[in-house]
Ligand binder design. Structure first.
Ligand code: SAM
Length: 243
């Protein structure tokens, strides 16, 4: 990271721009002034998912709040490719891991979906969104993917946008080639199932859908979190912004 890009990064809601004053919420002030021990005049890298990254100096530092003043744009806004990750929630720590890796690896949207064999009946969306924010702060990104509310897979498929292709990771498809290249760039999504995999009915429906490309992630059965990372790696390398 260049020396104009401060090491401490913070995601804010507030607009960013030249000489823009940015008020801090209590938890942000606690993080900057108590945890990171920053003082007036110290610099922070701010981003809000829209205006790129801005160097901002601490103008006021208080126990319950404070303000920063933007001085210099240090990175342009860089949006990820138009890729959604649909995954069936698994155990809490692994679900957290999937969201964190999806944010780091360039997902534009993260959709937890309930499938026939999904064990989790509900998710803490706000907590998962916080993981996505932390991942963006850590990886130097200027974009934060939205984590959607948990929705039933069949309902998501019923309302599927017709221009978006879906990479269906099917553990039953052992050894099939990866036909992503043939489908080409554009809006995409990846679907990874739960520990118990997909039901036969889900598999049959998905395979019939015109926007679905079924892929294998190799001859071994991967854990859902491993599969999410593997699938995103494949997609990013073939069709995304890793080249
Ligand atoms: N149904 C499997 C079983 O019971 O052994 C386990 C499913 S696996 C733990 C969870 C998800 O990861 C699958 O539904 C699939 O989306 C993906 N996955 C795991 N291994 C895969 C592979 N070799 N090829 C394609 N997808 C895979």
């Amino acid at each position: 990271m260049s020396d104009t890009r401060p090491k401490v990064r913070l995601c804010v809601e507030h607009p960013l721009g030249p000489a823009q004053s940015v008020p801090l919420a209590r938890d942000q002030a606690h993080y900057l002034f108590n945890v990171m021990r920053l003082k007036p005049g110290d610099a922070v890298a701010l981003f809000n998912g829209r205006d790129g990254e801005w160097r901002a100096e601490v103008a006021e530092a208080g126990k319950k709040g404070g303000t920063l003043t933007c001085s210099l744009q240090t990175a342009p806004q860089l949006d990820p490719p138009d890729l959604w990750l649909l995954f069936a929630p698994v155990k809490k720590a692994r679900t957290d891991f999937i969201v964190e890796k999806a944010a780091e690896m360039g997902a534009a949207r993260i959709l937890p979906v309930q499938t026939g064999f999904t064990n989790s009946e509900r998710i803490r969306r706000d907590r998962l969104q916080a993981h996505a924010v932390e991942a963006a702060e850590q990886c130097g990104g200027t974009f934060v993917p939205e984590v959607a509310d948990l929705a039933r897979l069949d309902q998501v498929l019923d309302a599927w946008p017709e221009d978006r292709r879906l990479m269906f990771c099917d553990e039953a498809e052992v050894g099939a080639g990866l036909a992503l290249d043939a489908a080409g760039p554009g809006p995409w999504a990846i679907l990874v199932g739960p520990e118990g995999g997909f039901t036969e009915a889900e598999r049959a429906r998905l395979r019939r859908l015109p926007f679905v490309t079924t892929v294998s992630l190799g001859p071994r059965i991967l854990r859902a979190d491993t599969a999410a990372v593997a699938a995103m790696t494949l997609w990013q390398d073939r069709l995304g912004d890793w080249r």
